[in-house]
Structure formats: structure tokens, C-alpha cells
Design a protein around this ligand. Structure first.
Ligand SMILES: C[S@@+](CC[C@H](N)C(=O)[O-])C[C@H]1O[C@@H](n2cnc3c(N)ncnc32)[C@H](O)[C@@H]1O
Length: 212
């Protein structure tokens, strides 16, 4: 309660608002004005939303007790971002990273429709080993690692909307023929409810060397 928390790549601010409801003073930062305009529809008491890049955070040195990055580390230049986290966190402050575990890409509903999604995502999403090395390189201690499996489901219409609106950024990276084929199959084959799992990898690392 009262901790100063930074949500990097906050998007529409879901994590930031959830943390504020639990008593933290939260600042959200994101590169996208569109995302921020949604995030700002609700006030963040004691904090706020700022436009900025993860690689050049618009905050003072040592200002935060914790920083969270949810579904963001596959999109940023990580060595620079992690160095920036080390700068804006106080000594001993924690960086918490939530990203998809390798297990996530096996049998993910989109991958059945668009065969390249699996290969593209495996290339984009960092492995645990990569994250550990990069965090150490930025001066963080060894992270505590947790794996979580979250059941999720979408209605057929929601799933089709996600594909048609290309809300999942990997869909922008497919060749147009594969996209069209996958969409046509989705229209024919998707059941009324699409049930799937999100496999999360969560790392929490303290700023500065591990205490002896
Ligand atoms: C998949 S969304 C995740 C949003 C939010 N963290 C959540 O879990 O709901 C990724 C967000 O990262 C933002 N983003 C991507 N690259 C960024 C960068 N270099 N600096 C800051 N934000 C970035 C995008 O604008 C987008 O809002």
C-alpha cells in the first residue's frame, strides 16, 4: 500500500488500474496515444498516464518501488529497457515481467488456423534464459520465476473479431495468403466457444546485486 509502481507498456491500463485499486500509486507509460486515451478514461489516484518509450522512460532516477511489464518484453529493445528499469527503480526495487512461456505456443487456438504464428511468436518472445541473462546484464539479481496457467475462452464472434481486426499483433506479420486462408477456415470451423489456456512466465527481480 502506497508503493510507487510503474506500468511500462501499460496499454489500456488494466494492470495499472488493478494495482491502484489495491492501494499502490501507479504511473502508466505507453508509446501509443490510442491506448493511453482508453487508459485515461479512468483516473489513477496519486499517479497518472504518460506517453513515452520503454527505452527512454520519462521519470526520475530511483523514483519507483516496483515496475511491471505485462505482455511487453517481446515488443521493446530489451537491454535498453532493462537498463532504464534499473535507473528508475530504487535500489532493491523490483521489476516484474509477465510474458508467455514456451508452453503457451503449443496448441494455441490461433496457431491451429495460422501455422506460421507459432514460428513467428517463438522468434519474438524471449526465453527464460534470455531474460535472465539480460536482467543480470542490467544489474538485477537472480529473478524469482513463477509459471501460471490461466484458462480463457472467447465466443466465436469475439474470436473472429480478433482475427478480422488483427488485434493480435502477430497477425500483421503473416503473409496475406496465409491470413486469408486462416480467416476462411476460422469462419467455417470455429466452435461457438473457443476454449484455450494462457501459459504465463512471471519473473520478479530486485534492482542491484542479490544480498549475500
Ligand atoms: C500487448 S500490449 C500490453 C498492454 C498491457 N501491458 C496489458 O497487459 O494489458 C503492449 C503495449 O506495449 C506498448 N509498447 C510497445 N512498444 C513499446 C515501447 N517501445 N515503449 C512503450 N510502450 C510500448 C504498446 O503500445 C501496447 O500498448
Amino acid at each position: 500500500v502506497g508503493a510507487r509502481v510503474l506500468d511500462v507498456g501499460c496499454g489500456t491500463g488494466r494492470v495499472a488500474h488493478a494495482l491502484a485499486e489495491r492501494g499502490a500509486r501507479v504511473w502508466g507509460v505507453d508509446a501509443s496515444d490510442e491506448m493511453l486515451s482508453v487508459a485515461r478514461r479512468r483516473e489513477l489516484p496519486g499517479g497518472g498516464f504518460k506517453r513515452g518509450q520503454a527505452e527512454r522512460l520519462p521519470f526520475k532516477d530511483g523514483w519507483f518501488d516496483a515496475a511491471v511489464l505485462r505482455q511487453v518484453v517481446h515488443l521493446v529493445e530489451r537491454p535498453r529497457t532493462f537498463a532504464e528499469l534499473g535507473r528508475v527503480l530504487r535500489p532493491g526495487g523490483r521489476a516484474v515481467i509477465a510474458t508467455f512461456d514456451r508452453a503457451h505456443f503449443e496448441g494455441y487456438w490461433l496457431g491451429n488456423l495460422f501455422p506460421s504464428v507459432d514460428r513467428i511468436d517463438r522468434g519474438r518472445f524471449p526465453t527464460l534464459d534470455e531474460l535472465e541473462v539480460e536482467l543480470r546484464g542490467a544489474g538485477f539479481g537472480a529473478p524469482a520465476v513463477t509459471r501460471l496457467t490461466q484458462p480463457a475462452s472467447l465466443s466465436r464472434d469475439e474470436a473472429l473479431e480478433r482475427i478480422r481486426g488483427r488485434y493480435i499483433s502477430t497477425l500483421h506479420l503473416l503473409d496475406p495468403e496465409e491470413y486469408d486462408r486462416g480467416l476462411a477456415r476460422a469462419e467455417q470451423e470455429l466452435p461457438e466457444r473457443v476454449e484455450y489456456e494462457l501459459d504465463w512466465l512471471v519473473l520478479a527481480a530486485a534492482n542491484g546485486p542479490a544480498p549475500r
